[in-house]
Design a protein around this ligand. Structure first.
Ligand SMILES: NC(=O)C1=CN([C@@H]2O[C@H](COP(=O)(O)OP(=O)(O)OC[C@H]3O[C@@H](n4cnc5c(N)ncnc54)[C@H](OP(=O)(O)O)[C@@H]3O)[C@@H](O)[C@H]2O)C=CC1
Ligand SMILES: CC(=O)[C@@H](O)[C@H](O)COP(=O)(O)O
Ligand SMILES: [Mn+2]
Length: 385
């Protein structure tokens, strides 16, 4: 069997690095063809020297010369800039893209890879939150497999193998509750980035860690689930499961429920996306039913963690509302990480953007780009960044 040729967009991030770990553990299955980063020259260059891709792309054009110099004489091509990211996704030198860029920036390269007929291992949930209708339509047109990497969606996707999507009654998305589970506004008002970045179960990039702490992550995941599994808001239930052992569940029309379980380790869904539809052996730590011995479930507190409520509202409203929510959230998280605004102010910023930016019922791709830009400009003006 020939090796699967992998392109990792966002190779220097948490998902990108873990993808390379999986590939390194399976050298006979995969080759690395494309690596990309935004700013992290040192790691991108080290990855390139170790895995020997054909092309690396550095998003930030100011870093181009640095990368070029470091890789001179290696035969590895170097490109730079937003357009180069998209163009590289359009090349025919790979089979599977792991879409691991964070945020709205992942949308264009992923759309290009879909148009290019490539299998997508989709970590970048924002792509579906912003333009899920267009992404899913294009994937269908180009007969592309969109294999979720996000742990909950990988769990549901795995539960659905051999099943009929029309027989789904409910999807149960598990949520850890994040580092502030059980906390109330009088506590949250004072929390800082260091606290928010301490996720109890997963080690992830800064943006998604803050999203987990505010429960926006679960809201984004509800929208992601709607597009991936063709379900309505009413069919998606969020359940707090602090142990993160059950990664999500599907309840079918006969009342039967399927769950996918395992240790909280992103290398498992990443490997599944890389090998899909096959399963291959791994030596990652296994859950032994003793640690933790108890699996517990609870309702989310959406009165305190209002971002989850806002995301549900955006999902219900549809149109460009999830795009506005996402853009304002990206600015809010950035401002919080820079200590410009407090934890609870993130919600206020998003709510104001959702009220202010004009609603479009049936947006085009261009409308999504414009709504994203407007929502960012508006949100940034409120926090002076
Ligand atoms: N981490 C996890 O466990 C999980 C992550 N996800 C999703 O996967 C995606 C990636 O998350 P994660 O790996 O944690 O994020 P990280 O912040 O760790 O990594 C992000 C990657 O994207 C690159 N990048 C950042 N900004 C841009 C930009 N504007 N243009 C191009 N590239 C950019 C970064 O480059 P550089 O390093 O140079 O800045 C880095 O390679 C997110 O959408 C997240 O929601 C989903 C489930 C779990
Ligand atoms: C690993 C993963 O998929 C994350 O999205 C994770 O689910 C975050 O945990 P929360 O359940 O706290 O949002
Ligand atoms: Mn997740």
């Amino acid at each position: 069997m020939s090796k699967r040729r992998i392109a990792i967009f966002g190779s220097t991030g948490s998902i990108g690095r873990q993808t390379l770990e999986v590939i390194e553990a399976n050298p006979s299955l995969f080759s690395v063809e494309i690596l990309t980063a935004q700013n992290n020259v040192e790691l991108l260059v080290n990855q390139a020297l170790r895995y020997g891709p054909k092309i690396v792309v550095i998003g930030n054009e100011e870093k181009y010369q640095e990368v070029l110099q470091a890789l001179s004489g290696t035969g590895i091509s170097v490109a730079s800039g937003e357009q180069a990211l998209e163009d590289t996704a359009g090349l025919d030198i790979y089979d599977t893209m792991i879409a691991a860029i964070v945020g709205f920036a992942g949308l264009r390269p992923t759309l290009k890879a879909i148009e290019n007929g490539k299998t997508i291992g989709l970590a970048n949930k924002e792509t579906l939150v912003v333009a899920g209708d267009i992404v899913m339509k294009k994937a269908k047109e180009h007969h592309v497999h969109l294999v979720p990497v996000d742990s909950e969606h990988s769990a549901i996707f795995q539960c659905m193998q051999g099943e009929d999507y029309k027989k789904i009654d409910r999807i149960i998305l598990t949520a850890s509750g994040g580092p502030f589970l059980g906390r109330k506004p009088n506590f949250l008002v004072n929390v800082k980035r260091e606290h928010a970045l301490q996720h109890p179960n997963w080690s992830m990039g800064a943006k998604i860690s803050v999203d987990s702490a505010t429960l926006m992550n679960k809201g984004l995941e509800m929208i992601e689930a709607k597009w991936l599994f063709d379900v309505t808001l009413q069919q998606i239930k969020v359940v707090i499961h602090p142990q993160s052992i059950i990664h999500s569940m599907v309840e079918f029309e006969d009342g039967s429920m399927k769950a996918q379980m395992g240790m909280p380790d992103m290398r498992v869904p990443i490997q599944y996306a890389l090998t899909y539809p096959a399963r291959t052996r791994s030596n990652f730590p296994r859950y032994n039913f003793k640690d933790p011995a108890q699996l517990t479930f609870d309702e989310p507190d959406i009165k305190t963690f209002r971002n989850l409520f806002l995301a549900q509202k955006a999902l219900e409203t549809g149109g460009n509302m999830p795009c506005i929510l996402n853009a304002a959230n990206e600015i809010a998280v950035y401002a919080f990480l820079k200590n410009r605004i407090g934890f609870l102010e993130m919600t206020e910023l998003i709510e104001q953007a959702m009220e202010k930016i004009p609603f479009i019922q049936n947006p085009t791709l261009n409308d999504y780009f414009e709504s994203d830009a407007e929502a960012r400009t508006f949100a940034a003006s409120l926090v002076e960044i």
